[in-house]
Design a protein around this ligand. Sequence first.
Ligand code: NDP
Length: 371
Amino acid sequence: NKQVILKNYVSGLPKETDMQITNTNIALEVPKGSNGVLLKNLYLSCDPYMRPRMNKIEGHYVEPFKIGMPLSGYGVAEVLDSEHPKFKKGDLVWGMTGWEEYSLITAPKFVQNSTHRCASFLLHWNSCEKSTGCSLSYDDMAVKTLSTVKICMPGMTAYAGFYELCSPKKGENIFISAASGAVGQLVGQFAKLLGCYVVGSAGTKDKLTDSHITWNNKVDLLKNKFGFDEAFNYKEEPDLDAALKRYFPEGIDMYFENVGGKMLDAVLLNMNVHGRIAVCGMISQYNLDKPEGVHNLMNLISKRIRMEGFLVLDYYHLYPKFLETIIPHIKEGKIVYVEDTAEGLERAPAALVGLFTGHNVGKQVVILRNY
Ligand code: NDP
């Protein structure tokens, strides 16, 4: 059973050498009467929150990885063997799994409305349909492409953050940082569908190829693939406050925060009265031993801004609603989604590290086996 293990705790930018590929033996059956399931992992998701789990210090909302043990994260897997009444051989499931070829999940939870934090859990990918009478047919769309499964966590994050926290209204102005990422690209498209003015920031300026189309850089992708009204490269803007003033002469009503630090400070100066900030993530801070200070928080008072952090884990009860919203749009081509794939477990460390240098374009997935 090939695994990606954490070799040492990390300081600063993570490196591929902080992880190691090892091989262990695993019995390819579940102990009788154990309630466990054996998974063949198919797809692993690389996510920014995994970086704080590489720190020794506890205090993150998920516990640190253990040295010498495989990393874990969201994944899609096929059930190979099961002693659990809710799962059977051949089921396709998603949830927390190991960064390894096969995972024995000893206490899987069958969940529709998960608020579980770090426990291993699995979600039957069609459980919503069964449990809520959600009317969508799951066979025709993403079962085949698996795209909905792969985008479900960031997709749910975008959905919950935008609709639940931003309280968006048609015609409002929204700014999204790390906008080409898994979450940001969807937030921007949700906002465009609602009739908002949408601006995103991204950092990478190299040419990108997606579905055989070459884009000049991530800014080009944001504007011409995802339909953002405007986009800019934050690395090329010496004065972020001035850049935001240029793109938002009438101020920002909603900010979807993915990066934190200097960008947040500049945004605070440009928010409108009664603006909303959905604090989704702060990727610019994850590799710092000491997070940067934020200086412009007083704007929250004078402008009566609502700034609220959230975790997608608390919103999985909206999963059926999310699917009902997004699937018709995907089918009609009104929402498009860019994914970055790395093939093989050996490529997983590089794929994870790449999130922090902007190497990925959209949702970074590691494919172990195609379904
Ligand atoms: P992705 O992994 O898809 O993309 C991350 C992107 O962030 C990179 O491609 C890079 O693009 C950009 N980035 C990396 N380092 C920096 C930096 N120092 N400053 C600014 N941008 C940087 O991200 P996701 O869409 O999956 O996640 C976006 C945010 O949402 C993260 O902060 C993540 O932690 C958070 N999140 C929160 C969840 C929640 O429940 N609250 C759930 C899921 C995600 P570029 O080329 O533009 O620099």
